[in-house]
Design a protein around this ligand. Structure first.
Ligand SMILES: Nc1ncnc2c1ncn2[C@@H]1O[C@H](COP(=O)(O)OP(=O)(O)O)[C@@H](O)[C@H]1O
Ligand SMILES: [Mg+2]
Length: 511
């Protein structure tokens, strides 16, 4: 006899249906798992055997074969424990065969039969609903599964025993409720930053248009401090974004308590982070930091300290909004539309502009230090700003009147204007992500959305020639000028906006 249970495998955040088949037959007593299992799946035999024992059952002395179909897809992860155990219980006649066909199951088993949380429950739940099935998952993941929709039948037991009792009718499992992370205000306020008005203005512009930003300045000038305050200026995720971002965190196993994310992610990987940790992949396919920061901020502090290969690998995702990871058997793609914020010292000692502090090698060392970042990467950054050292006089100023709340309100308004404009100018094709911010507008769309008026255009053309702007640089100025006009709720992009946008141009290395 053969029993079947549906489960899933993950490719990026896409879900593949996997059929777990269990056959029990006469012959030499054995328990084998076939169908390209990785080590964790192979080891599930021992966990399944122990959890059945915890139910007071022992495996029949027969030849048991577990097949994971289709056989040519690599099965990774520990979530195959539960479907294998359920298929075994079905073939042993403990669970009703027909009813089990209506479910997709995923979960890890502990030796005592408890269900341990696993990654990927949210995409699995959405897939189950689309296939008209219910979902069986660990209790800790129930809140996540419930987000798939009202129509999804979710069984989220804490133990294997509770599930068996549910099907026997002696204990009823209550459907889990969808959970969201509490909306707590960021404790970091822009009011803490004294002086540095230009940098604060640039931070507001970056937040409004979702522009990539590079801050350069001596150590202790407040670069890290400013970057940490950016999340407090950004609007929360809208419901469809929240689902998309939570899917990525779910696949990475990082959705805390199965609660949907509301705040935009802010990821600040250390310079020692490996390339797979940043862009994704590794021995087990997992989204990298750039995907975990999807729809949010990726902050790279001390940019030149990152290995060159790592920085170059970020170029493609920054351009396309997707991170592609090569695997032995093809490649997977994760969404990665991020706002890059980077900070760096102008040279290794950091005091290039201050002759009394600078090292003997200035300014040569600055050119060396800054050349670690390639031109094309610089080119993908819309806003380049200088963050000069704060003076003792600045620090003794009273706190500024304006804090994060006031700035966030202006940012939200500017973002609403952008979303409305791009919905009108570039309605998305079915299945496509809509353009929502100026940072995403490019080419012909940008030309239609951000064309400056006559004096503005004249200034831009003139400056582009003198400053030797590349085509990308030219568009970057237009994009930022558009955001500046949006912050004032103005329709026309004028000479004043272009002039300010030009001031955020690339800082030449070794000035
Ligand atoms: N503009 C500022 N206003 C108030 N405190 C500041 C300012 N700039 C720097 N500081 C103080 O200096 C510390 C170091 O700042 P930090 O952001 O880490 O500098 P950087 O990253 O530029 O080296 C901060 O924790 C803060 O206490
Ligand atoms: Mg710093």
């Amino acid at each position: 006899m053969v029993a079947r249970i549906q489960t899933v495998a993950f490719q990026g955040i896409d879900v593949l249906d996997i059929d777990v088949q269990v056959q029990m037959s006469g012959g030499i007593v054995a328990f084998t798992v076939v169908g390209l299992p990785d080590k964790a799946v192979g080891e599930s035999r021992e966990r399944v055997r122990a959890s059945l024992h915890a139910l007071g059952l022992s495996l029949p002395a027969k030849r048991i074969t577990v097949n994971l179909a289709p056989a040519d897809v690599l099965k990774e992860g520990s979530h195959f424990d539960l479907p294998i155990a359920l298929a075994l219980l079905t073939v042993m006649g403990v669970l009703p065969d027909e009813e089990m066909q209506r479910y997709c199951a995923l979960g890890e088993l502990a030796l005592d039969g408890a269900l341990t949380p696993v990654a990927g429950v949210l995409p699995a739940a959405i897939n189950a609903l689309a296939n008209d099935r219910g979902l069986i998952c660990p209790a800790a993941c129930g809140g996540e599964a419930a987000w798939a929709g009202e129509g999804l039948d979710v069984l989220a037991p804490a133990t294997l025993l509770a599930l068996v009792n549910h099907f026997k009718g002696s204990q009823v499992l209550t459907p889990p409720k969808p959970r969201v992370q509490e909306e707590e205000a960021s404790p970091l306020d822009l009011r803490d930053v004294k002086g540095n008005e230009t940098a604060k203005r640039a931070l507001e512009v970056a937040a409004a248009g979702s522009h990539n930003m590079l801050m350069m300045g001596p150590p202790g000038s407040g670069k890290s401090m400013l970057a940490a305050r950016l999340p407090g200026l950004l609007p929360p995720l809208d419901p469809s974004e929240a689902l998309e971002v939570s899917m990525i965190h779910s696949v990475a196993g990082l959705l805390e308590g199965g609660k949907l994310l509301r705040r935009r992610p802010f990821r600040d990987p250390h310079q020692s982070a490996s390339l797979p940790a940043l862009v994704g992949g590794g021995t087990r396919a997992k989204p990298g930091e750039i995907s975990l920061a999807h729809q949010g901020v990726l902050f790279l502090d001390e940019l030149p300290e990152f290995p060159r290969a790592t920085l170059e690998a970020l170029r493609q995702p920054l351009e396309t909004g997707r991170a592609t990871v090569s695997r032995v058997n093809g490649h997977v793609t994760y969404p990665a539309r991020v706002q890059l914020v980077a900070a760096m010292n102008p040279c290794r000692c950091g005091h290039l502009d201050d002759a009394s502090l600078a090292c003997a090698r200035a300014p040569k060392c600055a050119a060396d230090y800054q050349s670690k970042i390639s031109g094309p990467l610089f080119d993908r950054i819309d806003l380049h700003i200088d963050v000069p050292a704060v003076t003792p006089a600045d620090l003794s100023l009273p706190p500024p009147a304006e804090g994060s709340a006031e700035v966030a309100a202006r940012v939200a308004l500017a973002r609403a204007i952008q979303a409305e404009r791009y919905a009108r100018l570039a309605p998305p094709a079915p299945g496509q992500r809509p353009v929502r911010t100026n940072a995403e507008a490019d080419g012909e769309l940008l030309e239609r959305a951000a064309a400056p008026d006559q004096p503005g255009r004249a200034l831009l053309t003139d400056a582009a020639e003198r400053m030797k702007l590349s085509a990308r640089g030219y568009h970057r100025v237009m994009r930022v000028a558009r955001t500046l006009a949006d912050l004032e709720a103005k329709d026309a992009v004028t000479r004043r906006h272009v002039a300010e946008a030009l001031s955020y141009r690339r800082i030449a290395p070794g000035r």
